[in-house]
Design a protein around this ligand. Sequence first.
Ligand SMILES: [Zn+2]
Length: 712
Amino acid sequence: MRKKSLFILLAIGNMLAIEAQENKQTMNPFFQAYATPFEVPPFDKIKNEHFKPAILEGIKRHEAEINTIANNPEAPTFENTILAMENAGELLSNVNVVFSNLNGANTNEELQKIAKEVSPNLAAHNDNIYLNEKLFTRVKVIWDKKESLNLNLEQAKILENLHKAFVRSGANLADADKDKLRKINAELSLTSLKYGQNILAETNKFELVIDDKKDLAGLPQELINAAEDAKTKGKEGKWVFTLSNSSVMPFLQYSSNRKLRQQIWEAYQTRGNHDDEFDNKENAVKLANLRGEKARLLGYKSHSAYVLEESMAKSPENVAKLLNDLWKPALAIAKTEAADIQKMMDKEGIKDKVKPYDWRYYTEKIRKQRFDLDEQELKPYFSLDNVRKGVFQVTEKLYGLKFKQLNDVPKYHEEVTTWEVTEADGTHVGILYMDFFPRASKRGGAWMTSYRSQKTVDGKRKAPVISIVCNFTKPTGDTPALLTFDEVTTFFHEFGHALHGLLSNVTYKSLAGTSVPRDFVELPSQIMENWAAEPEVLKMYAKHYKTGEVIPDALIQKLQKSGTFDQGFATVEYLAASFLDMDYHTQTAPIKLDANSFEKNSMKKIGLIDAIIPRYRSTYFSHIFAGGYSSGYYSYIWSGVLDTDAFEAFKTTNLFNPEKAKLFRKNVLEKGGTEDPMVLYKRFRGAEPSVEPLLRKRGLDKKEETSKKIKG
Ligand SMILES: [Zn+2]
């Protein structure tokens, strides 16, 4: 009797639980189709507490779909296996994109906590798919008879990608090794998450508080205004500078107070390096070692060999060749730049060698002296609004696209703006979010991402939802956001990525937009930077924010002449970080040194001079330790070779050459990852890319002979 009633009670309890769960699901916006304009995510309804249940349910549903595919009694076919997998996991991917994007652009403690909690579930889920033997057997059956299946290009590509994903995830391993791999993957994802959270904490932790007006000497008024706005409670009458790039970099560039420059620079370059709870030294080495272990388990010599197999460069040797070819001429130029700085410091009576916190300050002075160019003189011509108009205009002239601001689309933060992108004839292309200003809730840097990738359903193009996120100078008081030229090019850059996502025109979403090798993905972005600096284009958008006056020719000339200025430094600090990345990831045995010693050795090997540090140090190199760029930081310069060579097609004919624009759109921007990048590139350009335009552009062509073609 008692037993029975307990049973009934339990049953009722279960029913109640099911009902409660159903209620929760109807309240949770992720469990319904998005009833929003253009089916964008319903940001106005999404709350922190919706993520975890939706992610866990998403995993459950995806798992069920995968099991159905794996246990299908029918013989494996392209449709019932490859296509079924391509389309599975919709809920999970919907929640995941929103979650990971918000965790980067507008995070909070709760989201960070959820990320940590679900990270092992997601890693295990991924392993459950790619280490599922039944599933792999089906994929392999199809792979082995692919020639007889009459697949089209895209079908062949998703089959190839899926088969490779299994092999590269360990599907061929023995059971014991599969278990090892699962453990490594779980630890990798947690450690990488922790590494990124540490950087954010370290960046937010430091403030340089100035209470004496004298100490603001040399700083431009907008920076002072921004520092005044940044002060928090209890700091009235003081100025606050932070480690956000839009604060620390101009401070280093303009502050004439060497001690304060040193102070903020030390804070910047020791982030994650204080032997406390946010220290990243161990995390960096641990990540590199775990990756090495995983690569060896999978039969590769190193993590780099594993990663680069999938790139345009193909091997660590090809990457090393390009980096070394560029290193010598760049270092030679950087040394002459250092000598110029030393001369100026000597003249000022500073009895010290050039230090990294001197570089930007004196470079700015030399720039002024040599080219009579003051960055502050330029900024009034680069109001964010005018630059945005310029970006839109360039895009319209090249590809005929139109942009209309939308005010009725939900967004995740009031600073975000939303746009509908259409063809000239009004056909819908996609939705674009733009989020420009720094916040404590946003990670540093600038990036593009998508909330929905493009695909084709029943012959109809399903449009993408794309976003760009930046950390530009904020407006202050009555002054609009006035960008540095560096920020202007960053805007063009991210917008280029956005176009890659927006113009995508493929069948399968796993091939859409930026789903291409890392060293090809920066071509669409970097090529856009070239237009930003052309006199003809500058005259279109660089207009004084107060008077509307078009940027004067004299100023354009100065900008042009100074184009190769300081390129030794820029190239060297970038290459140094690339070498560091490659060193961490080409190791064939576990690293025993701590991160600081490892980095020191790595820099000694290439002969980096003391006045320059790598663009990112081991403890705050989020590209490689918290993002997807491990063994891939070189990609920017690889793509740099591509973009300068590609831009020559316009530069030597007509900046808005309609035929070239069409070729670029059709063969690069629309194609996503449907074909081999070099094939796509050659179809656009008619030949393989040459290194020479890049060397010329950076003023590095004078010193040393380098080989003419990139390999890969
Ligand atoms: Zn980029």
